[in-house]
Design a protein around this ligand. Structure first.
Ligand code: FE
Ligand code: FE
Ligand code: ZN
Length: 212
């Protein structure tokens, strides 16, 4: 009756795109972790790597529920984001600036995935694949949490540290401006002394530290 392929076919195509994208990220995340200087940032990439492995398994479950073979279809979007990440890692940034750029690159991937899984959940619901929708929703929540964690790291001292390194005025650190001796304490413990009007990456403002 209908001409051409239907939403069900587009849904399976998008699942294949995400399946391939997650597999690309399993290769890329260890490189981001290795390039990170902040222990907190490294741990964030490493724990999201573990989550990403679970997301691949979850997609395989979804393919199974649909009676489809689990296979990927090259995701150009993640491929482009991964390429940009590689270019960042080849730059000669000071450590804090490199970390800030790794966050920026990581958040591009998370936002792409948030868009993809948001669509997949909505299409699964529209098509009546309730169990698949629930599984995809779990992944969507993980991608959002990863994005928010990256924002919290950036805004919790890292960006300020990078800005200070650029000015050569890193306080409480007598070493060279790009030294990260103070950074590791700052990244985990010191609240950002920054006022801002928007939160990095995520649109939500749940992590702001305003006292007024
Ligand atoms: Fe993912
Ligand atoms: Fe894609
Ligand atoms: Zn992710």
């Amino acid at each position: 009756m209908a001409d051409g392929k239907a939403l069900q076919d587009a849904f399976v195509d998008e699942l294949r795109d995400s399946y391939d994208g997650e597999k690309q990220l399993i290769k890329a995340l260890p490189k981001l972790a290795k390039a990170a200087t902040s222990p907190e940032l490294r741990e964030t990439f490493e724990s999201h790597l573990e989550e990403t492995r679970g997301q691949v398994t979850r997609l395989e479950e979804v393919f199974g529920l649909l009676g489809e073979k689990a296979r990927g279809k090259h995701c150009e979007g993640i491929a482009g984001i991964v390429e940009e990440g590689k270019a960042i890692m080849e730059e000669d940034f000071d450590d804090a600036t490199m970390d800030a750029c790794l966050v920026a690159g990581g958040q591009r991937a998370e936002h792409y995935e948030i868009a993809a899984y948001g669509t997949l959940v909505a299409w699964a619901q529209a098509l009546g694949h309730d169990e698949a929708a629930e599984l995809l929703q779990q992944t969507l929540e993980e991608e959002k949490a990863a994005d928010e964690k990256l924002s919290a790291i950036a805004e919790g001292g890292l960006n300020q540290e990078a800005a200070s390194a650029g000015r050569g005025d890193a306080e409480e650190d007598s070493g060279e401006p790009s030294s990260r001796k103070g950074m590791e304490r700052n990244a985990v413990a010191r609240p950002a002394p920054v006022k801002r009007s928007a939160s990095q990456g995520s649109q939500k403002r749940t992590r702001t530290r305003r006292t007024n």
